[in-house]
Design a protein around this ligand. Structure first.
Ligand SMILES: Nc1nc2c(c(=O)[nH]1)N[C@H]1C(S)=C(S)[C@@H](COP(=O)(O)O)O[C@H]1N2
Ligand SMILES: [Mo]
Length: 212
């Protein structure tokens, strides 16, 4: 049962398409590597690092948490945007509220099955429209879109919305995630076009072979 419904603030803008983006009706599937096939009865969500106590939730425990619904837009850094998505899941603030986040914690690393990980400021992670989603537009997530649980961070580029999430690590210093280490922006605000770290573009282009 959905107990809370939120509209992400960016859906209230007169023009909802950020600079350099164009709206599409499709929902492209985009990720690095193969789609992990996760059996829910084996899935767990770990809260580690600067939390007391550290926790590991089973799928059953996760689904027993209060559910929320969030209405939001998607902005992929590759320039497609998909407006008007309804997500069902558990708010990150609900999950964080199961433990005590220590005052030194200022960043998180979100980890996925299949070695993907992405960094967020704790404040961005805990915004009221951020959730660990199990459903999209009234249907359960499909494996390629992140089943059983994906993060959705409506206000940042979609690479921050990690699919197949298995863990959240709370940290006092910022460490960079998978794409962020390869030159994507550390934060990724689509309204400021924070696509790539200044001067880092060279790392994400194919490089000439040594000696040429
Ligand atoms: N685990 C994982 N999550 C991921 C990625 C990935 O490679 N692995 N790619 C990100 C990127 S770049 C995008 S644009 C979105 C795409 O999500 P979708 O396939 O549901 O559209 O997932 C994000 N989350
Ligand atoms: Mo992306």
């Amino acid at each position: 049962m959905v107990e809370q419904v939120f509209k992400s603030v960016d859906t209230l803008r007169a023009d909802r398409v950020p600079p350099g983006q164009r709206a599409t009706e499709e929902w492209p599937v985009l990720h690095y590597g193969a789609t992990p096939q996760i059996r829910p009865e084996q899935w767990t969500l770990s809260l580690t690092g600067l939390v007391e106590p550290q926790l590991k939730l089973s799928y059953r425990e996760f689904l027993a948490l209060p559910m929320a619904r969030v209405f939001s837009d998607i902005h992929c850094v590759t320039t497609w945007s998909k407006l008007g998505n309804t997500w069902d899941g558990v708010l990150t603030s609900t999950v964080a509220g199961l433990t005590r986040v220590l005052p030194q914690a200022r960043f998180v690393m979100v980890r996925s099955a299949g070695d993907y990980y992405t960094n967020l400021e704790l404040d961005d992670f805990l915004q009221p429209d951020v959730l660990l989603a199990t459903g999209h537009n009234g249907k359960p997530l499909t494996p390629e879109h992140g089943f059983p649980v994906r993060l959705v961070v409506p206000r940042l580029y979609f690479w921050k919305s990690a699919k197949w999430v298995t863990g959240i690590e709370f940290m006092d210093r910022e460490r960079l995630g998978f794409w962020e280490s390869l030159g994507y922006h550390r934060r990724g605000d689509p309204w400021k076009e924070e696509r790539y770290q200044a001067g880092a573009e060279v790392h994400i282009r194919p490089r000439p072979a040594a000696g040429t």
